[in-house]
Write a protein that binds this ligand. Structure first.
Ligand code: PLP
Length: 428
């Protein structure tokens, strides 16, 4: 039967496009299926396999079939609290923890729960702003500068807060950062925390990459502003389990009412994260010498590959902050503007389009992270390699050989992509 009524979409979703990261992944796959060599530097998921003992725990709990509490399995919440104390030095207990189907979904329910405007440094990860848009919340983009490593400055936050002091605000601060690949140090977080406290801003510290800070030991915003900071993390990045869909929020006691509201939203929407995944996650968060080794080696590989790509890009005249954690760089091709203009390229979207078509290299345009469309910034994720093999190779070398040799042997597509990119930029 044909529907005769004209059904309209809600205004807040009518203009929504699929997430840019998922789109580039689909596009790269289509080109690869058509026989084109594609360098997949657009999509950013962990290259590493889930640690064996965590996979075994999932097997062992495959028969768990009951619905679990909306806040999460108590034993898992205890394990997350223990992990947060151990890795970040924050005082917390199981009661402060909420488990969700990915931290992305928890962020969506947080924005739904709060009657607040969203403050976002530009650039920021792709999904924060669309979530605010769907929920019809106002977003204020906060300017940053490349010379400050694209980091939010306390004075900028102060100005944004002073402009509408009566309005409740949620600031999302992500470090190590996607898309930039650098982080904030203790002094920088402290300066931001002082401003946030002065204006009563709630801060969501998105620390999903903190375990893969290349040097380890990432400090938390919550250490400087415990009463107003919610810490976001999960299994996706440090444990290689993005597809398992498990995210964690840790709340201060002062914001327990927000957790309660989010548990209410959970009970009316996703109910709870899948039971076998929650049981398996206990093993991941309790940790072991095996998972410690896995994290140590993951960091070592990411640091080596990140430094290599950074050095190669610098030699091409590309500017960007040095990598400090996670698996991204935020190259700016501004110095190539005259040559690119000859190809009719004046912004990041056209740049990425031409690069993918002409070389098979997939990057994401800076525009989708909130940068002005005319800027020539892009996000590059350096994870197009066999993570399992790279972990093994890094285990065999207590001191990794020079980055170049390691990358050439273990991440050949990344190595080749740098040659291809240099040749493309040199064409003019
Ligand atoms: C900065 C950042 N935050 C949050 C997420 C969401 O992670 P998940 O929903 O898998 O926990 C991602 C994933 O790409 C991310 O890069």
């Amino acid at each position: 039967m044909v529907l005769t009524l004209a059904h309209k979409l809600s205004p807040s979703v009518a203009d929504l496009k699929p997430s840019a990261t998922l789109l580039i992944n689909e596009r790269s796959k289509t080109l690869a299926a058509a026989g084109k060599k594609v360098y997949r530097l657009g999509f950013g998921q962990s290259p590493f396999p889930v640690p064996g003992e965590v996979v075994q725990a999932l097997r062992d709990h495959a028969s768990e079939k009951d619905y679990l509490p909306g806040r999460g399995l108590y034993a898992l919440r205890e394990a997350v609290a223990g992990f947060t104390q151990k890795t970040k030095g924050l005082a917390c207990s199981a009661e402060d923890v909420m488990i969700g189907p990915g931290s992305k979904e928890l962020m969506f329910s947080l924005q739904m729960a709060l009657d607040a405007d969203l403050l976002l440094p530009s650039p920021s990860w792709v999904s924060y702003e669309p979530q605010a848009h769907i929920l019809q919340k106002k977003t204020h983009w906060l300017e940053t500068r490349e010379e400050d490593g694209w980091r939010l400055q306390a004075a900028t936050l102060d100005r944004a807060c002073a402009a509408s002091p009566a309005r409740s605000k949620l600031l999302i601060l992500n470090y190590p950062n996607n898309p930039v690949g650098n982080s904030y140090d203790g002094a920088q977080l402290k300066a931001l925390a002082e401003v946030a406290r002065r204006y009563g801003v709630i801060v969501l510290a998105d620390e999903i990459y903190s375990m893969v800070h290349h040097e380890g030991g990432q400090c938390s915003h919550a250490a400087h502003y415990p009463e107003g900071t919610i810490v976001s993390s999960g299994l996706s990045k440090w444990c290689g389990a993005g597809g398992w869909r498990l995210g964690t929020f840790v709340f201060p006691k002062e914001l327990r009412y927000v957790l309660d509201a989010m548990a209410g939203i959970a009970s009316e929407t996703f109910s709870a994260v899948s039971a076998p995944v929650q049981f398996a996650a206990i093993t991941a968060f309790k940790g072991s010498p095996g998972t410690d080794r896995y994290v140590f080696r993951s960091r070592r590989v990411l640091k080596t590959v990140g430094r290599f790509v950074y050095q190669r890009l610098k030699k091409m005249g590309v500017t960007m902050p040095a990598p400090e954690g996670g698996f991204y760089l935020f190259p700016n091709f501004e110095k190539h503007r005259p040559g690119l203009a000859k190809k009719d390229i004046y912004g990041s979207a056209a740049f990425c389009e031409a690069l993918l078509e002409e070389t098979g290299i997939a990057l994401l345009p800076g525009e989708v992270f909130g940068r002005p469309p005319g800027e020539l910034s892009c996000r590059l994720s350096f994870v197009d390699f066999d993570g399992k093999a790279a972990l093994l190779a890094s285990a065999q070398n207590v001191d990794l050989p020079e980055g170049e040799i390691f990358v050439k042997n273990n991440c050949p597509k990344i190595y080749e992509a740098m040659d291809v990119l240099a040749a493309w930029l040199d064409q003019d």
